[in-house]
Design a protein around this ligand. Sequence first.
Ligand code: SF4
Length: 325
Amino acid sequence: MSRLLDVENLRVIFHTYRGTIKALNGIRLWLNEEERLGIVGETGCGKSVSALSVMRLIEAPGEIIDGQILFEGNDILKLSEEEMDRHIRGKRMSMIFQEPISALNPVFKIGFQIAEAIAHRKDISIGDAYKLVPESLEMVGLDWKRSIDLYPHELSGGMAQRAMIAMALAIKPKLLIADEPTSALDVTIQAQILQLLDELVKIGKNAVILITHDLGVASEFCDRITVMYAGNVIEISNSEEIFDEPLHPYTKGLISSIPIIGASRELTGIPGSVPDLVSPPSGCRFHPRCDFCFDRCRMEPPALSEILPGHFVACHLYSDGVKEG
Ligand code: SF4
């Protein structure tokens, strides 16, 4: 399958009154057509900043200062804002946000907002686009006659997220970015929304980046997982392998903090908290929280290396490969 997205050495900073936040520290991501990539990590690790960078939605005081984002072979960092709007954003890629009610425009009815998205993709009049709205609403399980004339504030959280999905998929994007699409919803609705997304992206053959703090959700939904910590990518592997045989101490900590029904093991979690990215720790940014830290870790940032086929890790423990046992 051919490569859809290739992100190399992406660096993003935010200028604040406290100093410069080094939000993305030269990250690497890639995604093939129709592939699903999960980006996982604690709040503040850079997941959402990565997604916003791919959409070119980083605004002041944020700034992309280095790197390359190849989308369908073109470096979108070199495109003008007008080119992004005309050819990429809302055409070839779209995004579902965490808080659907706040992401929808409060002063327009749902039907109109979906029609606008369709009109933008197809370059047709809003009137013609409006005729396609019932099909879009039914596709996401909403009764179109009841929902087409509702305003966002009249929708439940689950209905609003369904409407957002309808808008995002109405443009038939090559790439759909879903930023914590279920974290504002209750548990039963979360499962329904993920199942709906799963069915729709299979039909639409969309590639997906799913941003989540929940490694369990990511491993069920995605083909491959990228784990981030403090602005760095620290592990990449296919979903099964990362769950069954995690290598990085941080990934192991994330997994040991997930409750598994029927398993009688102690939940341990990860001690400490994410560092302040104005002055991140030297060397490996995880070293103050790592049980395996040694001298080199405090001085030298570990590089991301492929140490098993398709399994990449950034940790000095694996400088000589993976040891048995
Ligand atoms: Fe721990 Fe060192 Fe590996 Fe960082 S490089 S995760 S501190 S062992």
